[in-house]
Design a binder for this molecule. Structure first.
Ligand code: ATP
Length: 457
């Protein structure tokens, strides 16, 4: 078990690698940063795309009973009034009368006083006010007027557009219960204390499914979705023993939920939530039916019954999953180099389907035109199928290390054998080096797409 200081040090190294190699940057960094907002750099953008595509593939494309939606971010105030967010989507906040800092009242013990950073505000470092409720939604005005009626909100969860489009989706897809509607998109919460890198942000992405069902199936499906979602994390490279399941006790669940599991991950900064699997009952559809005066009902052709469906919601945080993947992948390994010296290899052990770059392509020497031309051919062969990085600078060992540090699972080196200088048998073959084992194998160029492609699914 690593100590707190080892865990802190590991997290610092991860944050610094994310910036140094272009995974994640602070938003508006050159102006001092916008607190709680992050920009994904070239490599982070690739990981995000890979994660979202895989989630969509597994939950929408490969299933007959889940369809997709891409709702608007700007949300009508009536939607959020009916859902209970305008009145109730808040966290308790306390202020310090001395240092003027603000804290989430239920997380004070996990935080530090800005003036005495070795102490939590509770350890007599701060003079705290009584808690009061702080609404987390960002509001804006739609159109030229800025009266009460034009107020709209940036959605605090993607779920609400699914509920208010339920009827349209049902009519256009003719799905039968149980079935789901899935959505990936941005959500916004004006968090009181954004912290732990991207973990608690003010702008983030969610990957949500609202899985509609009959009331009697709600609890069983909640358990089934929990298992399925744990399986998903294992498939993308987060082992089950790093996940914790919290059966959220009565009194701590959201107002709409009668059963919630949190899937948590053992981050360097503590065990924290990645995803909530919540049984939201018929709360949302019923509320929207009542508030709009247009009941949202499902007609069961067999029993000839009409009823408001219930819903199970697996709601995953895209950014939190990426952070977990990055934390899980980070590894340092001691090696003896060619000159007999000890060195540290930093390697991001991403699952190949998540890795931002799938294959590095290197000509052995950059001043040998035949090698460069052949390497560019290899790059052109692979590029339509996967993200490939061409690199001709520095010794091959250095190039391997650069790819290890960003988690590239394969590197293909084009050498004198490839261009037939050592006989016809090895012509048009390349050395493929695997990131984790560092094992090298000779592979025919024409077989490369299948060889690497087969390991990316
Ligand atoms: P928390 O208790 O950590 O504030 P929550 O229980 O309010 O989270 P949900 O409303 O269940 O979160 O949202 C579903 C998922 O959306 C979370 O499991 C998380 O992955 C993600 N999420 C929620 N808030 C944030 C945030 N501020 N930054 C990043 N991701 C978030």
């Amino acid at each position: 078990m690593a100590s707190d200081s080892e865990r802190n040090e590991r997290m610092e190294k991860i944050v610094s690698l994310c910036k140094r190699r272009g995974f994640i940057f602070q938003s508006a960094e050159m102006y001092g940063g916008l607190n709680g907002c992050w920009d994904y750099g070239p490599l982070g953008a690739e990981i995000k795309r890979n994660l979202k595509n895989y989630w969509w593939q597994k939950n929408v494309i490969e299933r007959d009973d889940i369809v997709g939606l891409d709702g608007s971010i700007l949300t009508h105030q009536k939607v959020l009034k009916a859902s209970g967010h305008i009145g109730g989507f808040s966290d308790p906040m306390v202020d310090c009368r001395t240092c003027k800092a603000r804290f989430r009242a239920d997380q004070v013990c996990e935080q530090k006083c800005p003036e005495k950073p070795s102490k939590s505000p509770e350890e007599n470092a701060c003079d705290l006010t009584q808690p009061r409720e702080f609404n987390l939604m960002f509001s804006t005005h739609v159109g030229a007027s800025s009266d009460e009626g034009s107020v709209a909100y940036l959605r605090p969860e993607t779920a609400q557009s699914i509920f208010v489009q339920f009827k349209n989706v049902l009519e256009t897809t003719r799905q039968k219960l149980p079935f789901g509607i899935a959505q990936i998109g941005k959500a916004f919460r004006n968090e009181i204390n954004p912290r732990n890198f991207t973990f608690r942000s003010r702008e983030f992405e969610q990957m949500e499914i609202e899985f509609f069902c009959r009331a009697e199936d709600g609890l069983r499906l909640t358990d089934e979705w929990l298992e399925r979602r744990i399986g998903f994390y294992e498939e993308i490279g987060i082992p089950r023993d790093k996940l914790h399941i919290l059966d959220v006790p009565d009194g701590e669940r959201a107002h709409y939920s009668s059963k919630t599991y949190d899937i948590e991950y053992d981050f360097p900064f503590g065990i924290q939530e990645l995803e909530g699997v919540a049984y939201r009952t018929d709360y949302d559809l019923r509320k929207h039916g009542e508030a709009s005066g247009k009941p949202i009902e499902y007609f069961d052709e067999q029993s000839k019954e009409k009823f408001v469906p219930h819903v199970v919601e697996p709601s995953a945080g895209c950014d939190r999953t990426i952070l977990a993947l990055i934390c899980e992948a980070y590894d340092e390994e001691s090696l003896t180099n060619d000159k007999g010296k000890e060195e540290t290899r930093i390697v991001m052990r991403f699952d190949p389907k998540i890795a931002p770059v799938k294959c590095g392509v290197f000509p052995l020497l950059k001043n040998k035109p035949e090698l460069v031309a052949k390497a560019k051919e290899v790059k052109a062969l692979l590029a339509p199928l996967m993200n490939v990085f061409y690199d001709e600078s520095a010794a091959v060992g250095r190039r391997y290390r650069r790819q290890d540090e960003i988690g590239t699972p394969f590197c293909a080196t084009i050498d004198f054998d490839t261009i037939g200088e050592n006989g016809p048998e090895l012509a048009d073959t390349v050395t493929v080096r695997e990131r984790d084992s560092m094992a090298q194998e000779r592979v025919k160029i024409e077989q490369l797409p299948a060889y690497i492609g087969g390991k990316l699914v």
